[in-house]
Write a protein of this length. Structure first.
Length: 362
């Protein structure tokens, strides 16, 4: 039987991506969560560019389609933002009250935000106190236009926004925090969302976000490479990409005998190179702080994680154990419909957003 947590609200998680918009509704059970609705529609062309909503009206129509297809009353939604302009940093500051920190947080955040702090939304969370009388604080900041236009698109669709989250936080909530099989007391984990046009790399050090970086490259680069080289339509290139097995790149002479693998390999290696740079940056920050907590393993999600052999390929190139995972790899998640979503690798953000409706998951 589902657990009851106060007044029931029909709030959904709404993941607005460059490639698709995903809606997830869920309800809690004694053992975890049951996904009651999982719906997706293509993102209208050119309505989202570089993570910014550029056509709220077109996007609102797509959201309305999702709401109609859900065939359930929906009172509002949780959405998220990501991109190179979104800043997540772990900083150490003198110990102070939360009220005092709230007064000074914009000054502290201004050291890390590339744009004007006055044109950004800034939030924080106190991660814990240190032995030398200071405390670690996680700062999250996003440009106002990045947030406001997403809210506008939802409101035009008649769907009030209950909260705005950071995408890696939502993915972490569904993939890591809700998974009893993962021990965060000792591990330093890289959480990678391999998306359509970008890839988010986050490092979680003993349960706390230490770094988040956006790489402006995703699965679209692989599709376009195939499309251009073989003169294919976008749909044919996308379908062909899903049929490739990247394990062939790890075998002698296989890439030479498989032209599609040879075409996408440079783009994959570019992405891996940027991922390595992100992890090296984290390590350098650790060294400056006088500590050494190397990343012990990586969790790969997002649409790109569905490619065959992707985890093994990245593991080989990074010298790190890499797991491709989705929400349904966690036995605490169940789906009541008859559709097949495999591991649910591209549902982590929407699921993590939907979990915000419940006090024990927020």
């Amino acid at each position: 039987m589902p657990l009851k947590f106060g007044k029931k609200q029909n709030l959904v998680g709404l993941d607005i991506g460059h490639h698709s918009i995903k809606l997830v509704a869920m309800e809690p059970m004694t053992s975890g969560w049951r996904l009651t609705r999982v719906l997706s529609v293509p993102t209208p062309p050119d309505s989202v560019r570089d993570s910014i909503v550029t056509d709220p009206e077109a996007l609102s129509q797509a959201i309305q389609t999702l709401v109609r297809n859900a065939k359930m009353p929906i009172s509002g939604c949780h959405v998220s933002v990501a991109g190179a302009s979104v800043v997540v940093r772990s900083v150490r500051v003198p110990k102070m009250s939360e009220a005092m920190l709230r007064k000074s947080i914009k000054f502290e955040a201004g050291r890390y935000i590339p744009s004007s702090v006055e044109d950004s939304y800034v939030e924080f969370e106190i991660a814990g106190e240190t032995e030398d009388g200071q405390m670690d604080v996680i700062i999250a900041a996003a440009p106002r236009d990045l947030v406001d236009f997403r809210i506008k698109a939802c409101e035009l669709a008649g769907l009030p926004v209950e909260s705005v989250d950071i995408e890696p936080f939502a993915a972490y909530r569904a993939l890591v925090q809700a998974n009893y099989n993962i021990d965060l007391n000792k591990d330093t984990v890289a959480l990678v969302d391999f998306g359509h046009t970008s890839t988010n790399v986050s490092v979680i050090d003993k349960g706390s976000f230490a770094m988040t970086r956006t790489i402006n490259q995703g699965g679209l680069a692989l599709t376009e490479a195939l499309q251009k080289y073989f003169k294919l339509s976008y749909q044919d290139a996308e379908e062909g990409k899903t049929q490739l097995d990247l394990l062939g790149l790890l075998k002698d002479n296989q890439p030479a005998e498989n032209p599609p693998l040879r075409v996408i390999q440079p783009h994959l290696d570019d992405l891996v190179r940027e991922m390595r740079r992100s992890l090296n940056y984290f390590q350098s920050q650790q060294a400056e702080a006088g500590s050494s907590n190397p990343v012990t393993w990586m969790l790969l999600s997002g649409g790109g994680a569905k490619m065959q052999g992707i985890a093994d390929y990245m593991s080989n190139r990074l010298g790190l154990k890499v797991y491709a995972a989705g929400v349904f790899d966690n036995p605490r998640f169940a789906y009541v419909g008859d559709q097949f979503f495999g591991q649910g690798a591209d549902l982590s953000v929407a699921s993590g957003l939907a979990m915000r409706s419940y006090s024990h998951a927020a």
